[in-house]
Design a protein around this ligand. Sequence first.
Ligand SMILES: Cc1ncc(COP(=O)(O)O)c(C=O)c1O
Length: 393
Amino acid sequence: MSAPICRDLKCFGDISAREQHMKHGVIGKLLGVAVEDKSVISLGPGEPDFSTPQPILNYGARLLASGRSTHYSPPSGRKELKEAIIQKLRRDNKIRARPENIIVTSGSQEALMMSLITTMDPHENIILPSPSYMGYEPAVEFLSGRVRQIPLRQENNFDLDVDLIKRAVNSKTRGIIFCNPSNPTGMIYPKKTLERLADVAVDKGLFIYSDEAYEKIVYDKKPCSFGSLNGMKDYSITLQSFSKSYAMCGFRLGYAVAPKRIAEAMSHVHVNTTISAPTISQMMGTYALKTSESHTFRMVREYDRRRRMIVKRLNGMGLKTLMPQGAFYAFSNISHLTKDSNKFAEQLLKKAKVAVIPGAEFGKYGEGFLRLSYATDYRKIETAMNKIERFVK
Ligand SMILES: Cc1ncc(COP(=O)(O)O)c(C=O)c1O
């Protein structure tokens, strides 16, 4: 694999060409300043401000004390967890799966990486809606794949343009990655759009990598899981996470649901990467899937309160912002103020002491926007809105 990379990419010193050619966004720098300077209000974070629900933590504490969680787990995941996932998939996602279809990973980010390692060869390409989650492009490029970005337009509710996707497919296209609900746009893709995409998947023989990390952070309607659509079992790789639904980011737990031959291949890869997802996290995840969802609903109710306030304030100051249907991000149009969202975010940080993520971080069609996370205390968001309002006046 290294030969074609070194032919294509110049590399300097002893850092790999792969790393040197990876896009390093400004997000690390911006969030670093936000952490160091206590006067900064950060609307940057992509994780719940809540901690893991207490009953799940208590269960974890009991597990630790018992010493039962100190060993490796099977590479594709623990039996009890897979059983709980199968029930959850049937109940919540209308997906029928068997243990052989599931691979439990260290977060859904690893599930995506495993999926790509298993299904994409170097120099093949993946279609990415743009803007989309900033973890996708590096994951593809680490593996010497290429991305083809297709625009999502605010005037079209950031919906997928299936005709454009169809036209972007070539002989080296392996599939399309998208998240539903979307980070950063907050939109849920209509079932009709997904059905049209299903036709393209069959027609062109594509994998659909459906990232459903925010499936439970939804407000007025529920997303449709791509893998539940008629005939899509063989074409879809569903990626799910415990990070957002159960505020378990630090426990690093997620999973992929894939056709049997793909999941088995992923499991072989897993033996040679992290071996297995952390055992204690898997045990806590099993418990989380079996306990009441009241904690998730409580978090969503609070996100909803913040969502309504932040969107009203942003639109009130002339930054066009659609009402998010899921996740916890407002995605605001600043194209009438600047052509450079990086510079705008830097100035906002310096002068107004508010940290946000520039839209360009989410792909070339994210330029002209800012992402503001409302996974932050309500009062702090209000203060940040006052500061942003003064800055844009
Ligand atoms: C859309 C999306 N997918 C995946 C992830 C990674 O989540 P995990 O903690 O499950 O690796 C994130 C994290 O912010 C995300 O926003």
